[in-house]
Design a protein around this ligand. Structure first.
Ligand code: CA
Length: 221
């Protein structure tokens, strides 16, 4: 899952980015309002973590602009402890949740997962596709009920495919889901992770559609 983090505080921003990456999220971090405005193209990020006090353009103005364009991308606002009026204004402007700074990284990750579930309209947390079960909250993966250990990137790639069962995702779309903008992407990274997943699950579960990309085959295995 790819997130846009908008935060001008260097320490909070770096801690959030690094912590979320460790949790398997792809994170793009921008530090001012104008950059955030430029980064907010439809369909790129699945969620926005938005600080309100920003240089360039104020977070509330960014949020109002987003909603005015009809963009329903989930937004969590990050606010200071004493800024109750900001939180109220943020929620009224269309934010989905808020977190008070300084926040705990585990709580931030849990809020992101919860908001994502709500947004996807899923009552249950676990995702089941054929013999595969994935629990986004614990990041536990099971194949025919047996626990499988995946690396962070393998998990992210599998989650991207599992999000849209039946869809074919191109290599570029998969890279987008597992890497942030400032991360170096190896030329055959996706192939390497697919290879690892096929070895751990079943060789036929991730199907390569020549020239188009990858898709899941729930009937395999
Ligand atoms: Ca700030």
């Amino acid at each position: 899952m790819r997130l846009l983090l908008v935060e001008d505080d260097a320490m909070i921003g770096a801690a959030a980015r690094d912590g979320l990456r460790e949790d398997g999220f792809a994170v793009d971090w921008v530090r001012d309002g104008r950059e955030a405005q430029a980064a907010l193209a439809p369909g790129v990020h699945e969620m926005v973590l938005l600080d309100l006090g920003l240089p360039g353009r104020d977070g509330l103005a960014i949020l109002r602009g987003l909603r005015a364009r009809g963009d329903a991308t989930p937004v969590i606002i990050l606010t200071a402890r004493d800024a109750v009026a900001d939180r109220v204004a943020g929620l009224d402007a269309g934010a989905d949740d808020y977190l008070v700074k300084p926040f705990d990284l585990d709580e931030l990750a849990a809020r992101i997962r919860a908001l994502r579930r709500r947004h996807a309209g899923r009552a249950r947390a676990a995702v089941r596709i054929g013999p595969l079960t994935m629990d986004p909250a614990t990041r536990e993966v099971a194949w025919h009920g047996r626990r499988v250990q995946l690396s962070g990137r393998e998990y992210a790639l599998l989650a991207a495919l599992a999000d849209r069962p039946g869809a074919i995702l191109s290599r570029a779309q998969l890279e987008e889901r597992i890497y942030g903008w400032d991360e170096e992407v190896g030329s055959n990274a996706v192939e390497v992770f697919v290879h690892g997943l096929r070895r751990k699950l079943d060789p036929g579960f991730i199907r390569n559609v020549r020239g188009l990309g990858y898709t899941l085959s729930p009937d395999a295995g």
